[in-house]
Ligand binder design. Structure first.
Ligand SMILES: [Zn+2]
Ligand SMILES: [Zn+2]
Length: 90
């Protein structure tokens, strides 16, 4: 915990009590009262009440970029197949 602003302790972004840990989504410090544990793909996450209100229980951005990395090679292969079809398909 190196914060610098609160005299060594990080403070909850919601109620300003001493924070227990950062939110898994917005990385703001939260105390035990202002975070909820949620199931997110690979285990349990603690997210703050603000994020819980906004997005529900799923940790979206990580899974979105993971999906992108799966899609890019597929699109490249599709492009190659289309190119081959154009060259040999006459
Ligand atoms: Zn709090
Ligand atoms: Zn948050």
């Amino acid at each position: 915990m190196t914060s610098g602003d609160g005299g060594g302790f990080e403070h909850c972004a919601i109620c300003h009590a001493t924070a227990a840990g950062p939110c898994a989504r917005c990385k703001k410090p939260t105390c035990g009262d202002c975070c909820v544990l949620t199931e997110g793909g690979a285990g349990q996450w603690a997210i703050c009440l603000n994020c819980n209100k906004r997005g529900g229980a799923n940790i979206n951005p990580a899974w979105l970029s993971f999906g992108m990395w799966l899609m890019l090679p597929l699109l490249a292969i599709l492009g190659a197949i289309l190119l081959l079809a154009m060259v040999f398909g006459k």
